[in-house]
Every structure is written in structure tokens, then in C-alpha cells.
Design a protein around this ligand. Structure first.
Ligand code: PLZ
Length: 455
């Protein structure tokens, strides 16, 4: 009798969450037979445009690992792109979701309001930077939050233009594609894009060598000369850029932009979708950068893995949209809201900010050591559990995307999930869940170091 991959299923699929064995365990090469089976079905059934980075069939995750259907246990240095910040299947999130799903799954907040949506709004108004009066509105995805922040800013200012930045990423919907900088793979062939979007240069200390003040002057000159403050509704920027390469602007850049926005009736929007919720060693990266945005968009980490997003900001701006002008069938779904209340409690009370800082120390010291020994490592940067290594061609400093891709692939083959980013694809980003142990983090970095020397 012939055996198929399905027959060779490893003993029962483990239950996810922090009780999963915290180990890197390779029982097959990647992808193993069961994962290959799923990937073949994916290729046949799922649109080709939806890619994947790690060729496995995930069946459980928690702590600092993702387990696949073949029994491999991979070290998770990606957290599903900065989503499972407090750990996958966190027990408090699981309990909150189980309780809510048995109570009611949906009423539509715009039809019959419920308490958890209001409680999430209250929590966001309290924990986002600034002591001014704030209000919030809830949505499903980061892109949807960004769309709504722009709608609100336009309605409030009665102006239309929006400035986004080089290397910026804000989503894949039509308006957010226009805001996103990188053509391939996010925009290519998908135009025409939304109008009245302009782009300004980002402060990128490793590549532009400019002070924050000089970089801000360049950006402000474009806003004044190419757009005009009289036409400009909003400036939107990630306080630390995510997909664009974990670019940390020079000191003072964001403060100068914000000051200019304040004196020109321009809404300053911080997109904290990737940086939010303890990720950077502060509840929000804006705190690290010394800014208090007028509006802030959040998603990803907000609800422990459930889809939820928000716009939070100055009450007078948030209230500019007329009743009925904001919303959506699922926005602020009760299950996602229950998860967010549990998640925010963990972020505030279970030492998450401190843990992000500990992870920063481990990541930056190990990576700086590697950089000292290897000129292909051009720059190590970031904050908290959001740290990146930028790879270059020694001598010229040109971006080395080929090397970066090869290293990432080698890490995944050895059971370490790493993600790349950057306009030139030459950045490896580390976004571990804060629930990862020091031991696993070090082991992941050992694998990276070996991949680097072998490359
Ligand atoms: N703004 C700053 O990081 C999402 C996208 C991955 P959604 N980043 C991961 C991919 O290839 O699609 C993101 C972000 C910032 C907005 C978004 C968009 O959030 O929830 O993916 O819509």
C-alpha cells in the first residue's frame, strides 16, 4: 500500500499558545510533504497575486514558535508582520474571544451599538500620545484606517492634497496604493491611482547623511512650493517606516514637520500601524520621536491577531465628519473588540514595553557584533522589538538585495522565520513576538550569523 503525505501525519496537532514546546525542531526539510500538499492546493485555488514568504502549512503558534503540519517548529522573528506582538494565541485574548463569540458575533455597531467598541475607543483615546481631548473610530484593516484618516482630514480642513513620503507604506487599496511609495509589488499595473497625493523626501540618515532639520527643510520646501499649504489637508508618515526598510528619521525631522503642519492648518497623521502597541519599546513610536500627532492610525498589534484597526485623534478633527460619513459593516466587530480590550490590558500591565526594550538590547548587541566583523552589514537600526539590518555591497554601499534574499531564504530553510523589507529589498527586519524567550532569540541570531558567513 502506498503512503501519501496525509497518512504520515505526525501525532496529534499540538494546541497553540505559550505552552507549545519552545524549541526549534526540524523533522523534515522545508517544505515537508504535508506543507507541499497544501502549497499545491494553494497554487491551484488561490489567486497568484497572494504570495507567501515561508513555505509551510502553519498549524499552531505561540510563545516564540510557529509549528507546521510536518512537525517542524520554527523560531518566529516576524510575528505575522508585527501583529502577534504579545504572543500568538495569548491566553487572555483566547479567553476574551471565546466568551464574546458565544455571546453575540455581530450586530453592526452602526445598527445596535455595544459596550466593547466604546471601551476600545476609550482605551485608545487614553493610551495614544497627547493629553488633548480625543475620539476614535474603528475599522477592519490598516489600509481602511488610513483611508478614513484621510477622509477625516479632508473634511476638517476643507482641503484635498495629501503628502506622503519616499519609502512610505500605507496599504493596498486604491487611495493607500497612491500613498505607498514602492511600485513593485504593491502598485505596478494597478493604476490609475487616487489623485491629489504628493511625495516628499524622507529623512534616511544612513543614505542621505542629513540632519533632521535639513531633511525637514527639504520636505517642507516641496510641500510649500509643489503643493502649497493652502491646498494641503494632511501629511501622513510612519514615525519609523516599516515596509520601506525600518527607516528611523534623524532627530528633529518629525518634530519640525509637525510644527510646520500646526502653523499651516495641515493635519499631521502618524501611521503607527506597524510601530504601535509596545513594539518599539514605547506604547507608540511617536513618544520616542517627541511628537503628538493630530491623528494616529493603528491596526496589527491592537487585537492579538484579530482584524481590527482604528483612527484616533483630536476630538474636533475626528468630529468633522457628518453622522453616517464613517463606518462599515464589520468595523469594530465585537469579537475583535473583546480581543483588543484583553490585548491592551496585556500591553499596559504585563511588562510588554520593558520586554520590547530587553529584546532591543539583545538584537542590537548581537547584530552590531556581526556588523563589526562583516562590511556587508551596512546599518543596524530600530527601536524595541523592531530592529533591522541593512545589507550593502562593501565599498560602494549600494543596496544588496540579492544577498539579503539569500540570507532570508537560508534562515527559513533552517527553521527561522525572518522577513525582508526596504525599497531595495536589502533589509532583514526583526519583529519577534515579545513572548519569545532570550534563548530562542539568540538561537535565531546564531542561525542568521551562520547564513551570513555561508552566503
Ligand atoms: N500602514 C505602516 O505597515 C501593513 C503589509 C504587508 P493592512 N504592513 C504590512 C503586505 O504585503 O500587504 C501596513 C503598515 C503601515 C498600513 C498598513 C496596511 O495595513 O492591515 O495590511 O491593510
Amino acid at each position: 500500500m502506498s503512503t501519501t503525505a496525509s497518512d504520515t501525519l505526525i501525532a496529534p496537532v499540538p494546541v497553540g499558545g505559550p505552552d507549545l514546546p519552545q524549541e526549534r525542531r526540524m523533522v523534515t526539510s522545508i517544505p515537508g510533504p504535508r506543507s507541499q500538499e497544501l502549497l499545491a492546493r494553494k497554487a491551484a485555488a488561490v489567486a497568484a497575486g497572494v504570495g507567501h514568504t515561508v513555505p509551510i502549512q502553519a498549524v499552531a503558534a505561540g510563545g516564540g514558535v510557529v509549528v507546521d503540519a510536518d512537525g517542524n517548529s520554527l523560531i518566529d522573528l516576524g510575528a505575522g508582520i508585527a501583529v502577534t506582538t504579545l504572543g500568538n494565541a495569548h491566553p487572555k485574548v483566547v479567553a476574551a474571544v471565546q466568551e464574546q463569540v458565544a455571546q453575540f458575533t455581530h450586530t453592526c455597531f452602526m445598527v445596535s451599538p455595544y459596550e466593547s467598541y466604546v471601551a476600545v475607543a476609550e482605551a485608545l483615546n487614553r493610551i495614544t500620545p497627547g493629553s488633548h481631548a480625543k475620539k476614535s473610530a474603528l475599522f477592519n484593516s490598516g489600509a481602511e484606517a488610513v483611508e478614513n484618516a484621510i477622509k477625516i482630514a479632508r473634511k476638517y480642513t476643507k482641503k484635498q492634497a495629501v503628502v506622503a513620503f519616499d519609502h512610505g507604506y500605507h496599504g493596498r487599496t486604491n487611495l493607500t496604493m497612491a500613498l505607498t511609495a514602492k511600485s513593485m509589488p504593491y502598485k505596478s499595473g494597478f493604476g490609475p491611482f487616487a489623485g491629489e497625493i504628493y511625495r516628499a523626501p524622507m529623512s534616511y540618515p544612513f543614505r542621505d547623511g542629513l540632519s533632521g532639520a535639513d531633511a525637514a527643510r527639504k520636505a517642507i520646501s516641496i510641500m510649500e512650493k509643489q503643493v502649497g499649504a493652502d491646498n494641503l489637508a494632511a501629511v501622513i508618515i510612519e514615525p519609523i517606516q516599516g515596509e520601506g526598510g525600518f527607516i528611523v528619521p534623524a532627530d528633529g525631522f518629525l518634530q519640525d514637520l509637525q510644527a510646520w503642519c500646526r502653523s499651516n492648518d495641515v493635519v499631521f497623521i502618524a501611521d503607527e500601524i506597524q510601530t504601535g502597541f509596545a513594539r518599539t519599546g514605547a506604547m507608540f513610536a511617536s513618544e520616542l520621536m517627541g511628537i503628538e500627532p493630530d491623528l494616529i492610525t493603528t491596526a496589527k498589534g491592537i487585537a492579538g491577531g484579530l482584524p481590527l484597526a482604528a483612527v484616533t485623534g483630536r476630538a474636533e478633527i475626528m468630529d468633522a465628519a457628518h453622522t453616517g460619513g464613517l463606518g462599515g459593516t464589520y468595523g469594530g466587530n465585537p469579537i475583535a473588540c473583546a480581543a483588543a480590550i484583553a490585548a491592551i490590558d496585556v500591553f499596559e500591565n504585563d511588562g510588554m514595553i520593558e520586554r520590547a526594550r530587553e529584546i532591543e538590547t539583545i538584537l542590537t548587541s548581537r547584530l552590531s557584533q556581526m556588523k563589526a566583523d562583516d562590511p556587508r552589514l551596512g546599518d543596524i537600526r530600530g527601536h524595541g522589538a523592531m530592529i533591522a539590518a541593512e545589507f550593502v555591497v562593501p565599498g560602494t554601499g549600494d543596496p544588496d538585495g540579492t544577498l539579503t534574499g539569500a540570507i532570508a531564504k537560508a534562515c527559513i530553510a533552517e527553521g527561522v522565520i525572518v522577513l525582508t523589507c526596504g525599497t531595495y529589498g536589502n533589509v532583514i527586519r526583526f519583529l519577534p513576538p515579545l513572548s519569545i524567550s532570550d534563548e530562542l532569540l539568540h538561537e535565531g541570531l546564531d542561525v542568521l550569523a551562520a547564513a551570513l558567513s555561508a552566503a
